[in-house]
Design a protein around this ligand. Structure first.
Ligand SMILES: [Zn+2]
Length: 260
């Protein structure tokens, strides 16, 4: 059926599920599922196109991550949204242990180099940067950013990822902002968005529902909640509110992996 997209799922090598998308007769494109693994608070990994992207490693002092064995965490890239300790607490240790390329604001990259991490890619808001798994674009986040010693860590960032495997948006710690309405210009179809939902420092579930409208994506993975009393929410109500708005709020357990 020329010009029509056929989709079917199958199991490859008895273990890995893949989607075969037949866009044109005679041409088959194989797309792996994107995997999301949660480490508690706002630390997580996304596996896409055979690469592992670790975000905001925070294990020491993270009450949700006490059972995570950091020796088992692998990463090809570490993306950093901002300098606060609940996003960079284990950044230097994990960067050195994994040998990953660390991507973050210019000031964060400089701080990493001062701390002995050589593999860094500094960026700032602007055009997308090509990596071997796809492209990443740093976008605005309404928050603040400094390191634990109070030194300046540049602008807080979110990231929009566009890959052959699919597109996704990691907002970082942020309030709801009209800037999110720009994101569909750069990624017309997002497969999922990762939003903070704990309130107080960031969006709460109600604002995350508005954010999901702004970015035109109805599948949201919630982070930055229930770590401490100040960011505690009613997760059942949050899921029900998302469902009532025709959206899905995914809250994987700590150490759990979901496919998206
Ligand atoms: Zn935070």
């Amino acid at each position: 059926m020329n010009g029509q997209k056929e989709e079917s799922r199958t199991v490859v090598c008895g273990q890995k599920e893949a989607i075969f998308v037949n866009i044109n007769p005679g041409m088959v494109f194989v797309a792996d599922m994107t995997k999301f693994t949660f480490y508690g608070h706002a630390s997580f990994s996304i596996e896409t196109g055979g690469k592992t992207l670790l975000f905001d490693p925070f294990f020491t002092g993270n009450p949700l991550a006490k059972d995570i064995d950091t020796d088992k965490i692998m990463a090809d890239y570490i993306f950093i949204t901002h300098g606060h300790g609940d996003h960079t607490g284990d950044l230097v240790a994990l960067a050195k242990k994994t040998g990953a390329l660390c991507v973050g604001a210019f000031e964060v990259a400089g701080w990493l180099q001062k701390n002995g991490v050589e593999k860094v890619h500094p960026l700032n808001h602007g055009g997308p940067v090509a990596f071997d798994f796809g492209k990443a674009r740093a976008v605005n986040a309404i928050h603040s950013s400094s390191f634990g010693d109070g030194s300046y860590a540049g602008n807080p960032l979110g990231y929009v990822f566009t890959t052959a495997n699919g597109n996704f948006y990691v907002s970082g710690d942020t309030a709801l902002t009209m800037d999110m309405q720009l994101i569909p210009l750069w990624a017309a179809k997002l497969d999922f968005a990762v939003f903070p939902i704990g309130g107080n420092y960031t969006m709460d579930p109600a604002d995350a529902i508005h954010a999901s409208d702004f970015v035109k994506c109805n599948t949201v993975v919630g982070v930055h909640y229930n770590t401490w009393p100040i960011v505690t929410i009613d997760t059942e109500k949050a899921k029900a509110d998302f469902a009532a708005a025709g959206k899905k709020l995914l809250l994987p357990g700590v150490g759990k992996t979901i496919e998206l």
